[in-house]
Design a protein around this ligand. Structure first.
Ligand SMILES: [Zn+2]
Length: 263
């Protein structure tokens, strides 16, 4: 028996990212929430509480409430949607740098993979950060916390996938967060919306924040862009390529692509 809490990102006047007729705040509060509450209500051995939706839990934490007032929960799961220009798509799970994903983190990662797909630049589906307020406060208090980026609100494909199967998505999320298997079928297919694991290659740029170096990757290989001319080319100077950019520290980069493997 454990009590868990889920936070919908943004809110209280902050819509978060916007795209395809959705806002981050309203997607979770207006669309997914009824399904989350429905499945949370069916839990028998655990509880899942929805954090006050009238509040922005980032602002609440800044005021000394928010995460600070969630010490009695076994875990906190904060839901967001990514935004970028161009063709960026798919989701990932953010946990504190220096921590290993726990079983619930991995189950949630698998839900993202099933319904939306995982970003190729996070092969195991996890991004490790130490520059997010709620994440840092939770880590300092010793509370299990993860931030879920359930795909890109700026992607037509992702927004289709996160709205098509919401009953099944919510059931999977509630089960993943609590570790409890809930009886009962869903009104939408339980197979998930991510039918396009075709292994298509998507190129993207990586900017190492600390060294200023630029790289181009297809998720499997990573090449250092040594000349300014090539970088300009990749950065859409000629209007053809419009690659998304991931900013990260070189330590994170080398975790994904060992230094001696970078071309
Ligand atoms: Zn957000």
């Amino acid at each position: 028996m454990a009590n868990h809490i889920i936070i919908y990102g943004h809110g209280a006047g902050d819509p978060g990212a916007v795209g395809h007729g959705l806002t981050e705040a309203s997607y979770y509060r207006d669309k997914l929430d009824p399904f989350i509450r429905k499945w949370a209500g069916k839990l028998k051995n655990n509880t899942l509480t929805v954090a006050n939706e009238a509040e922005n839990q980032f602002v609440e934490t800044q005021k000394g409430k928010g995460i600070y007032s969630m010490r009695n929960f076994a875990s906190i799961t904060e839901m967001h949607l990514d935004a970028a220009s161009g063709t960026a798509k798919d989701g990932h799970v953010i946990i504190a740098k220096g921590f290993a994903p726990d079983a619930a983190d991995k189950r949630i990662r698998d839900v993202v993979k099933k319904h939306v797909g995982l970003r190729p630049n996070y092969p195991d589906g996890f991004s490790y950060r130490n520059d997010l307020l709620n994440l840092n406060v939770a880590a300092s208090l010793g509370i299990g916390y993860r931030l879920v980026e359930l795909g890109f609100i700026t992607s037509a494909e992702d927004t289709q996938q996160i709205t098509a199967n919401m009953d099944a998505l919510a059931k999977d999320l509630v089960q993943a967060i609590t570790g409890e298997v809930i009886a009962g079928g869903t009104t939408t297919p339980e197979t998930g919306g991510n039918s396009n694991n075709k292994g298509e290659i998507e190129m993207y740029l990586i900017h190492a924040i600390d060294t200023g170096n630029w790289y181009v990757s297809n998720g499997v290989q990573c090449r250092w862009i040594r000349s300014e001319r090539m970088l300009k080319n990749y950065k859409n100077e000629f209007g053809k390529l419009n690659l998304r950019v991931d900013n990260m520290y070189s330590t994170e980069l080398y975790k994904e692509f060992p230094k001696d493997k970078i071309l």
